[in-house]
Every structure is written in structure tokens, then in C-alpha cells.
Design a protein around this ligand. Sequence first.
Ligand code: HEC
Ligand code: HEC
Length: 318
Amino acid sequence: MKTMGTLITLIYVGLAPLSASHASEVGPRLYNLYCATCHGTRGDGLGESARLLAGPSPQDFTRGVYKFRSTLSGGLPTDADLMRTVRRGIPGTSMPAWAGILDDTQVAAVVAHIKGFSPRFATRETSEVIASPKTVPEPTVASIERGRNVFLLMKCFLCHGTRGAGDGPDAPALKDARGLRIDPRDLRRGEFKGGGAARDIFRTLATGIDGTPMVAYFANPEVLGRPLVRLRKAFSKDVLSHRALNDQDRRRIEKFMADLPSASKFDDMEEKQQEALVRGWQWDLVHYIRDLAGRGSWWRRFLGLTPSRPLFGAGKEE
Ligand code: HEC
Ligand code: HEC
């Protein structure tokens, strides 16, 4: 009971009304109270609880490398990005959601404090924000099917496995930028650290998860469009011959490739048309990922840990 009392006192202290005059003290105070135990008083991710946690280690803020951003890969996150992460937490990890405990002013104060740990934020470096498209096309059985082909052709299966279970041939050897082992996600679990709405997943695929082997795939239409169309033969050869794929997958990919416009036809299109085509494949891939998310085991669905299928619609963004 004594610990309970201390906890309540701590929470009370944390929530005590803050006057603007000592706003600069609020960030460090809340940080030391709530965050330092995992992220360390110096922000190096070496808090006293860090060793005891299951799952990924707490972020080392001194590096200034952030996983969840709306900015180009390698860029700094915006304040809104950091506030979103702090408010909703990181699903599937020990990083809690602080929305019910800290109000927006307090979240902003703690975010300002975190930024102080890395000299990168003090420079004039600006990071280009990637805007997610506003409208999400309705997923269909056909778009999910196309998305699966894009998933295989883009070689997502090397890490995530051909069924999205996180068991691809390259999975066992993956390390993050700190040299720590990192698992590619089992995409059937429906746990999305960067948010599970269609536009959230689009953003994650556009920005990449910095500091991990999960790079940015949508940042630039070249990354998706050109290889699929221009180099379709060379591009598909090493995929089609990969031993991880079965014959059914191969037949599907071949059919998908046969339906793609030829390189010369693609070049003749107006830029807007090309963009629309590539955008379509991007959404197909997002829809496939969200459809996979409903395929966890029955007991996870039963316990409400996995959303039930099919995940149609765009999903709720936070
Ligand atoms: C119980 C441990 C724990 C506590 C307490 C905690 N965090 Fe975290 N936090 C983590 C872990 C673990 C990660 C890394 C998750 C990952 O890499 O997937 C993380 C990551 C983060 C990130 C990085 C997101 C990114 O884009 O890379 C931010 C920002 C963050 N935490 C802020 C906070 C703030 C602010 C507090 C206090 C209000 C806090 N955390 C408290 C465990 C914790
Ligand atoms: C080189 C290995 C690798 C490849 C290739 C790869 N991923 Fe990942 N992916 C990862 C890792 C590792 C993570 C987990 C990152 C983390 O938890 O911090 C991840 C996470 C994800 C997530 C979860 C995002 C979230 O919000 O939690 C999605 C979705 C995803 N990948 C989709 C894809 C798609 C689609 C492709 C192909 C276009 C792809 N990945 C290719 C390694 C890879």
C-alpha cells in the first residue's frame, strides 16, 4: 500500500497545475518522473528499468534518430510526430501511451526536454515533411490480391516472410543501428507501432523506420514505379526464382507482370497518369498489409488482440 501511496503522490505531483512561469522546469520534472526510469536521466536509453524490459530497448535520445516521423528518411521528426508517439505510446513494446496521464501542454513540455538531449535539434536542420495522400481508395479483393504481388515483387518477404509472419530468410540476421537484434514484424498480429490506419501505414512506408533495416519504400515513386514497369523482366527474375516462393505465388506474379504496361507505354503516359498508377500500387500494398493484420491466430482474435477480418475501410487515425 505504501508504494501505491507513493505512486498516487507522484502522479499528483506530475499533474499539479503548472503556471507558465515555470514551464521550462516542467519538462525536466515530468521527464524524470515518468520517462527516466526507462530512457535514463541523460536520455541515453539506459534507465534503471531498461535492462528488465522485454522487447526493444528504450530509445536513446542522444542519437537524434527517430523511428516514427512524417519526414523523409534520415530527417528529424516534427514536434507533432513526437507528441503523437508520446500520446499513443508504441503498441507491442513497453513504451506506454501517456494520453490519459499527461495533457497536451505537459506532453509538449516533455517533448521539448527530449529534443534537448540531441544536438541535432539545435542546428538549423530542416526536415521535409511527406504528406500522406488525403483520400484512401476503398480496398477490394482485387486490390488486396495486387498488393500481395507488390509485396512479393518488392521483396518484403525476405524479412517478413511470404505469409507476412515475420519469418523471412533474412529475418534471423537483422540488427538495428545500435547493433541490437531486431525482428521484422509478424504482420498478422495487427500491431503497428506507427499506427494501423491506412494513412498511418502509408506514412510508415513513405518515411521508413529509421535506425532499423525497414527502409522507406514510398518516399519517391521511382522506388516503386520504375522497377515494376521499366525493369520488369530483370526485376522479377530473382524474385521468381527465389526458393521461398511456391508455384502458386510464381504464377500469380507472372500474371500480374503480364498485365503491367510496357516500359514504352509507361513512358508515353503523362506524369500525372504515371503517378496515379504508382499511387494505386502503393495503396494496394497498404490494403494487403491491413488485410494480413486480421490473420493472427484465433486465440489472439478471441482475446481481442487482433482485429477481426476483413479490415475494410480506412481505419481510424489518431
Ligand atoms: C517502461 C519503459 C518506458 C517508459 C516509462 C517510457 N518509454 Fe518511451 N520508449 C520505450 C521503449 C522500449 C521505446 C522503443 C520502442 C521501439 O523502439 O519500438 C521507447 C521509445 C520512445 C520514443 C521514440 C519514438 C521514435 O520515433 O523512435 C519516444 C519519443 C519516447 N519513447 C518518449 C517517452 C516519453 C516522453 C516518456 C515519458 C513520458 C517515455 N517515453 C516513457 C519505453 C519507455
Ligand atoms: C531488411 C528487412 C526488411 C524488409 C526487406 C522489409 N521490412 Fe518491414 N520491417 C522490418 C523490421 C525490422 C521491422 C520492425 C521495425 C521496428 O519494430 O522498429 C519492420 C516493420 C514493418 C511494418 C510495421 C510498421 C509499424 O508501424 O509497426 C510494416 C507495415 C512493414 N515492415 C512493411 C514492410 C513492407 C510492405 C515491405 C516491403 C515493401 C517491408 N516491410 C520490407 C524489416 C524489413
